[in-house]
Design a protein around this ligand. Structure first.
Ligand code: GLA
Length: 393
């Protein structure tokens, strides 16, 4: 081979090498730029979400964290309207049930994404006695009171202000529930602050104060489907609940007052178990609840923030972990969903297309002296925290 030819042959791979190295450098640079862009994406946007039939303007806040997770929260019911989190391939999907517009929420809402109060869950016959006075609340679930009554906190418009932190964006919602509302005593000033952190957590901080002794049990009522909203039932999700006991109910879903061990029953989620594995077992409690609709007694000593539940959806790889300062968690397997609701993006919500994990004090505590107290007195500050942490595996 002549020298000339050699010279002609060798520069080609050399050039190729230089080109490859240049490409690598550029792609690294653009990667850096991309991650800077992503970081810069952390934002709070405010927009109108329409008006209630009685003329209240509703706002919608879109929170985006530095990893691109997105929570949309509206002031009607302090409601999570959508929650976009990544699957194991990084693909975002909306994992909460709900409606595309305000109208859906106003017309027919089984508490999709809402804050429920003044008392989340049931109070038997809507009645309780506090400091010698008997209070009669609105009854809206047969003879019982459920989720704050006829017009609970899920159906009122809250005030809102954006919250900016170094590693989180959020919105603080406040509401004044007047003395006598739905039968409850005391003017109750309450707030719920949602923050979406750069650790991929949706954090809820609840606070309240009253001017008269009252009862309070605020919780959050998102219906989750980690495969994506409207994408099938939740029976294949694997659930762990950090609880050795639950509070058995009667056929009106009111606790009997006992604490029962989960051991050897379909209520045992101490180890991860598919929600559908035992849901149709011949077990009286499941008959009463028409599936799971019970309160679990979390394994904990006091009011420390502890892991309450973990849910894993095998197809998407999405994982939801719930941490709370509360003593209990209601696991509801979407038993009343029956295909009559068409939700976001035209998706029909069939039986058990979503599940709720509502951190809370036990149902009917105002009538159960052996349950942790839900009484709030003037001068005391009600303060609870629940964290929803998202990841994928
Ligand atoms: C709660 C209750 C259920 C049901 C749903 C809303 O989770 O425990 O029985 O009322 O809310 O449909």
């Amino acid at each position: 081979m002549s020298k000339r030819k050699m010279l002609f042959v060798f520069p080609m791979p050399a050039l190729l090498l230089v080109a490859i190295m240049l490409c690598l450098c550029c792609s690294q640079l653009s990667c850096k730029r991309k991650s800077m862009e992503v970081k810069a994406k952390m934002s709070i946007q405010e927009q109108s979400f329409g008006q209630t039939p009685d003329g209240h303007k509703v706002k919608l806040y879109t929170l985006t964290n530095s990893n691109g997770l997105k929570a949309r929260i509206m002031t009607y019911g302090a409601t999570v309207v959508s929650l976009e989190v990544p699957d194991r391939n990084g693909k975002l999907g909306d994992i909460t049930l709900g409606y595309d517009d305000l109208d859906g929420y106003v017309k027919n809402n089984p508490y999709f994404g809402a804050i429920v109060g003044r008392y989340g869950n049931r109070i038997a016959k809507g009645r309780f006695t506090l400091d010698g006075t008997t209070y009669q609340l609105a009854t809206n679930n047969g003879e019982n009171h459920l989720h704050g009554g006829i017009k609970g906190f899920d159906k009122v418009v809250w005030d809102a202000e954006p919250v900016k932190q170094k590693d989180a964006v959020g919105v603080k919602l406040t509401y004044l529930s007047k003395d006598g509302e739905e039968g409850y005593p005391g003017n109750l000033k309450c707030s719920v602050t949602y923050t979406l952190t750069n650790d991929d957590e949706l954090k809820l901080n609840y606070e309240a104060e009253t001017d008269k002794a009252t009862v309070i049990n605020l919780t959050h009522h998102s219906y989750f489907n980690l495969a994506g909203q409207g994408k099938g039932d939740i029976l294949g999700h694997e659930l762990m609940i950090n609880a050795d006991k639950f509070t058995p109910i009667d056929n009106g879903l009111i606790p009997t007052g006992q604490l029962q061990t989960v051991k050897g029953t379909p209520m045992d989620f101490t180890k991860p178990c598919a929600i559908g594995a035992h849901i149709n077992d011949d077990f009286e409690q499941l008959k009463f609840g028409l599936g799971y609709d019970h309160n679990w007694v979390l394994n904990k000593k006091g009011q420390e923030l502890t892991l309450a539940a973990r849910v894993y959806e095998p197809n998407s790889g999405r994982v939801l972990e719930i941490y709370t300062t509360e003593p209990g968690i209601q696991f509801y397997s979407g038993n009343f969903l029956d295909g009559t609701i068409t939700g976001k993006q035209g998706k029909v919500y069939e039986h058990r297309y979503g599940f709720c994990l509502e951190t809370q004090h036990y149902p009917d505590s105002p009538n159960k002296p052996n349950f942790p107290s839900t009484i709030l007195r003037p001068g005391q500050i009600y303060q609870t925290t629940t964290i929803h942490k998202f990841s994928a595996k």
